[in-house]
Design a protein around this ligand. Sequence first.
Ligand code: NAD
Length: 352
Amino acid sequence: MSVFSCAAFDGHEQVIFGHDPETGLKAIVALHSTVLGPGVGGCRMWAYPDEAAAVTDVLRLARGMTYKNAMAGLDFGGAKAVILGDARRDKTPAMMRAFGRFVESLAGRYITAEDVGIGTDDMAHVRRETGHVLGLAETSGDPSPFTALGVFLGIRAALAHARGSDELTGVTVAVQGLGHVGADLARRLHESGARLVVADIHRDATDRVAAATGARVVDPAVIHAEPVDVYAPCALGAVLNDRTIPEIKAGIVAGAANNQLAEPRHARMLADRGVLYAPDYVINAGGVINIAVEHGPAGYDVARATALVRGIGDTMSRIFAEAARTGRTTAEVADAMAEARIRAAAAKKKAA
Ligand code: NAD
């Protein structure tokens, strides 16, 4: 396969392949940009169908982290790691330590954390080999409640922009996916007076949330088409596509899932239908903001992390206002803001 010339390569600084025959580790670290600081992004373990799929995934994810970290105001660049394999079958403590040595060999240009297939237990093994790791159980812990808080504030900012009030009483929100983030978001929305419609592929998840919040449970296949005020995708990516967008009745789409737009053009499709879209990497940055606090010289502090996550609401408001003023989509505005911050930092570095 080609790497330099594939579409996802898109300006990457470095792509490093790590192999440890003894433990079976096959890992790839993609460093998209270190202009704002060391590349920070989680490590995902996934049974990719082939190596090309792993390369494409890590490149796309690393680029996304550059934009997410820039918009979150963090002094971090964008990077990501993938380990090729089935997390349930292939992962061992020795493999995670080998991954830690791989991260250590990059001398701090890449800082790792958890992602799909990798938990805090695994990071404890990684930590034995390198200090370039964030999101440890004993410090910032589970990022999901911070992600949920950011999404909650982003929904309020969207309501304020679209309706002139961020009041949730009488507002109906459809939450798709009731995992770590979705369940906590549902709790917050319920406590603030919102009515809920929910869906998950697991019955125990919907039962729990329905019992706690009085939510109406619907089929996961149709939740996007519910007649609600806000649709909050908190499960899979690519849920905003040619099939779903014509069926969406909500005036606002604002949720935690990564890569919600199947293709960039779907942001225009939403805007043309009068749907206000909260760019995913801005609204779901609460988790990375939380782990970033662990990196500072003062160490982790929950109050400081919470205060920083609260800034997501203001950022969302600025994006909505700029999109309304210029006629650009909210996704275009967010990308332009992130790129402007990176360009300014690059120019400053060059001048120094
Ligand atoms: P999770 O795995 O805990 O929860 C996902 C939930 O979605 C599960 O309950 C699962 O059963 C459900 N689900 C799967 N397919 C579904 C479908 N077709 N319809 C309805 N429900 C379905 O994951 P999470 O940590 O809650 O993350 C949710 C989303 O937010 C993911 O896209 C993730 O990448 C993104 N995200 C999470 C964080 C975080 O801090 N956890 C941060 C940024 C982005």
